[in-house]
Design a protein around this ligand. Structure first.
Ligand code: AMP
Ligand code: MG
Length: 400
């Protein structure tokens, strides 16, 4: 799937919008963010004790303490009304603002105060027990580059800097059409010869996880004109369309035809050298992506994770490192054969042990949704390889 990156880069990221800080979680910065001020805005104590000038404490010992004059107490949340001169100290609590002339804090445990004098029983080095002004971020510096994923800690930084109006990219609207005369919706009673539509729902959930806004357009019978009519509507209303089923070359497979009929349609790929998931179509129609996904339930999700999810993240302006599933190396629990000529993605369960994880293959057909529901990830066997031996390390992509 090495060509996926170049395929998805043919699509432009979506337009920018600005959202409130807390709505930005899980999205991606659309612009570089620079610091409007120092963080922290002043040097602060990280311990309760005495603000001092470190050089006043040099040589202090338990048996031979240095004696400093206590000139006052620093109140939390206030600027000290005095500065320290040589030989002076001031009481300070964790988070308090260091007065001018102080560059360290002596922990209260190493002090004893009596009659306005404090004994310092242990020296401190400059900057000990303090956080310096601008130690997190200096005013004007780039804090995060565009494409950065907005995690809880990133939200914390932005709150700390007073940045509450966050530039992100719009969420991709994604339509789901499921094709097949055999399908009925999950809320209807089952009938002979019918199966319930799984893909509309598993794909809906997967789109949500990937930051998109999914919309189910229902079940489309295997009638070419009907698929085209429904596709037109879904295409108008969305940024991406997923058509599940009908993507191979059978007599009742109309997905390719329907995509090709849209004005200006370009076929980016038809058929991928991936097992499972061969009958996959990607078309580009005026800046919008239309996927024909395999109907087999496990294959549809696999191709979603290998191709659709990276595209949805790219449309949201994610940095390249966020596009693909995270991968680890895991030890194969047994021999896993593979026919060369196609990249094989084996659903696996992972079990932790001292050295890492073992990957146990789930040898189930791709029409079985249980195979996917039980899996922790996909073990990749490269196109040229004839398989993986027991105990060998292999790449495993982790399911989100
Ligand atoms: P197709 O790709 O249309 O040839 O379908 C391949 C297999 O996947 C067939 O057994 C279909 O019944 C099944 N299938 C197609 N779409 C769905 C769906 N939405 N939910 C569950 N199974 C499906
Ligand atoms: Mg079908």
């Amino acid at each position: 799937m090495s060509e996926v990156l170049s395929e998805i880069k043919q699509f432009e990221s979506l337009p920018k919008e600005r959202v409130f800080l807390l709505e930005a979680l899980g999205r991606f910065l659309a612009e570089d963010l620079s610091s409007p001020e120092d963080l922290p805005p002043f040097s602060r104590a990280t311990m309760d004790g005495y603000a001092v000038s470190a050089k006043d404490t040099f040589g202090a010992r338990e048996t031979e303490p240095v004696i400093l004059k206590v000139i006052g107490e620093i109140l939390m949340g206030e600027k000290p009304r005095f500065s320290l001169h040589p030989g002076e100290a001031a009481r300070i609590a964790t988070g308090g603002m260091l007065p001018e002339g102080a560059d360290a804090v002596v922990m209260v445990e190493y002090t004893e105060e009596n009659l306005g004098l404090v004994e310092i029983k242990k020296p401190v080095a400059p900057y000990e027990n303090i956080i310096q002004q601008g130690e997190d971020f200096k005013k004007g510096q780039i804090v995060f580059a565009r494409g950065t994923k907005i995690t809880p800690a990133v939200i914390g930084v932005m709150a700390g800097l007073g940045i509450t109006n966050i530039p992100v990219r719009k969420k991709p609207r994604v339509a789901i059409l499921s094709t097949g005369d055999e399908l009925i919706p999950p809320e209807k009673p089952i009938e002979p010869g019918k199966i319930r539509d799984i893909n509309s729902y598993s794909l809906f959930a997967a789109i949500k996880e990937a930051g998109g806004e999914p919309k189910i357009y229902g079940i489309v019978p295997d009638v070419a004109e009907e698929l085209f009519e429904r596709l037109k509507v879904a295409f108008e209303e969305n940024d991406v369309v997923l058509i599940s089923g009908g993507s191979s070359v059978g007599t009742r497979d109309y997905t390719l035809k329907a995509i090709s009929q849209l004005p200006g349609a370009q076929l980016i790929c038809h058929g991928v050298a991936v097992k499972p998931g061969k009958p996959t179509i990607l078309g580009k129609v005026q800046e919008k992506a239309i996927f024909g996904l395999p109907g087999q339930v496990a294959s549809a999700l696999l191709i979603f994770y290998l191709m659709v999810r990276p595209l949805l993240l790219h449309l949201q302006g994610a940095n390249e490192k966020h596009l693909f599933l995270k991968k680890i190396l895991a030890y194969a629990e047994r021999n896993i054969p593979s026919a060369p000529g196609r990249e094989d993605y084996i659903r696996v369960k992972l079990t932790p042990f001292e050295k890492g994880f073992t990957a146990t293959p789930i040898f189930k057909k791709s029409g079985l949704i249980s195979s996917m529901a039980e899996a922790d990830g996909f073990l990749r066997i490269p196109e040229s390889s004839e398989g993986i031996y027991e105990g060998e390390l292999a790449e495993v992509f982790l399911l989100p």
